[in-house]
Design a protein around this ligand. Structure first.
Ligand SMILES: *Cc1c(COP(=O)(O)O)cnc(C)c1O
Length: 424
């Protein structure tokens, strides 16, 4: 099946007389005829459902669809993108371990790594995604357990050189984890470039309608845990909380990582996605290829319009020929990148604020990657505690406007932007 077909048919195949649409199994628990049968499920000796904190038929079907879209072997839904990021790393790194991460990742991820996970005893080294080979090499330590990056960085829109970072990670015997939220599997499948694990905030394009917060972790099934057994004892030695199961030997490379994340971390931490939210996410996935095409076409038109305006200081969009990441985007994102465009308004912070207030269609919201166009001025919202100097150090120019281009008619959006610029 091609990806458009998978968006509709992967993960759920109704049998004779069963509902055509994925049913919402809104049940916490599942009934069994004997304690013995249930015991087998608890021991992971049989496959089945017993409690929706671990597995639920609706969330499983949606996870299987996303695994198919990414070309992975297994996946697990989570209650948010933040939960997906946390579990993806915590599944293979604990106190005393170290992770190499791109410095231009989503702000929420940066804070999770730099503050909260450091408090848990995991150390991080942040590297510029365009650093030299020597700088990248120097970031690794004997206790490094993973490398983490973002296909298209939010909000910097830097295109990550997945192949290069995968090679570096593998040379050190560790997996590359890629947050593929902005590109979606429609525009980039990081596994095809050597990534081992993919995460998403499904809150963004996958849901796409501003309706549900969610996340997902997908495993490529290609990383050989046993070949690096000493680095990943959680997967390669017996789990005493599961009667001595060794995930890598019992479930193999294809299922070990997600089985551990589900049976151990989801069991203990409980950051599940509800069946109702998974149902809505599935609706979003069905139309994802059609929507991504339109998001990208609209964003391209708007980026080109902005570039031609004398009231705009600079424009950053991976699809612009003038952009620093145009060539890299052609390699990793040949069919389009995403619908997010960032730019600076001449006149700095004050002009940016005035411009945004003048937009009628583009709503001011902290959200991105949604059907409705929205925009954010980080300097006066998410980063408002910083002065201009601090903003520049954080890679957020005081005049930066992040425009998440929706599915409206591009001419309507351009008219709205023209109108707001005319008032400056
Ligand atoms: C929003 C976002 C997240 C966090 O996801 P939530 O669903 O808001 O928890 C992670 N990564 C990227 C790239 C994001 O845009």
């Amino acid at each position: 099946m091609e990806i458009e077909t998978k968006c509709l048919h992967a993960g759920y195949e109704p049998k004779n007389g069963e509902p055509r649409m994925l049913p919402i199994v809104q049940s916490t628990t599942f009934k069994y005829d004997s304690s013995e049968e249930m015991g087998k499920l608890f021991d992971l000796k049989a496959n089945g459902y017993f409690y929706s904190r671990l597995q639920n038929p609706t969330t499983d079907a949606v996870a299987a669809k996303i695994a198919a879209l990414e070309g992975g072997s297994a996946a697990m839904l989570t209650g948010s993108g933040q939960a997906a990021t946390f579990l993806s790393v915590f599944n293979i790194a604990g106190a005393g371990d170290h992770v190499v991460a791109s410095s231009t990742i989503y702000g929420g991820t940066f804070n999770l790594f730099n503050v909260t996970m450091r408090r848990m005893g995991i150390d991080f080294t942040f590297v510029d995604p365009d650093c030299t080979d020597e700088e990248l090499e120097a970031a690794f330590r004997p206790n490094t357990k993973a490398v983490f990056g973002e296909t298209i960085a939010n909000p910097a829109l830097i295109v990550f050189d997945i192949e290069r970072f995968a090679k570096a990670a593998h040379a050190h015997g560790v997996p590359l984890i890629v947050d593929n939220t902005f590109a979606t599997p429609i525009n980039c499948r990081p596994f095809e470039w050597g990534a081992d694990i993919v995460t998403h905030s499904t809150t963004k394009y996958m849901d796409g309608h501003d309706a549900t917060v969610g996340g997902v972790i997908v495993d490529s099934g290609k990383f050989d845990w046993m070949a690096h057994a000493d680095k990943f004892p959680g997967l390669t030695t017996p789990d005493e909380s599961y009667h001595g199961i060794t995930y890598a030997t019992q479930f193999g490379n294809g299922a070990a990582y997600i089985t551990k994340a589900t049976a151990q971390l989801m069991r203990d931490l409980g950051t599940v996605q509800s069946p109702m939210n998974a149902f809505m996410l599935n609706l979003g996935l069905e139309s994802l290829p059609v929507r991504m095409e339109r998001h990208c076409a609209n964003a391209q038109k708007i980026a080109e319009f902005l570039e031609s305006s004398d009231k705009i200081a600079w424009v950053n969009y991976p699809g612009l020929k003038s952009g620093k990441y145009y060539e890299r985007a052609k390699k990793y994102l040949p069919n389009g990148s995403c619908g997010v465009v960032s730019f600076g308004v001449k006149g700095g912070r004050a002009a940016a604020e005035k411009f945004m207030a003048g937009l009628k269609l583009g709503m001011i919201a902290t959200h991105v990657a949604d059907a409705r166009t929205c925009c954010l001025h980080p300097a006066s919202s998410t980063h408002r505690q910083m002065n201009d100097e601090e903003l520049l150090a954080a890679g957020v120019a005081p005049d930066l406007v992040r425009l998440s281009v929706g599915l409206e008619n591009a001419d309507d959006l351009i008219a709205d932007i023209k109108n707001a610029l005319a008032a400056l």
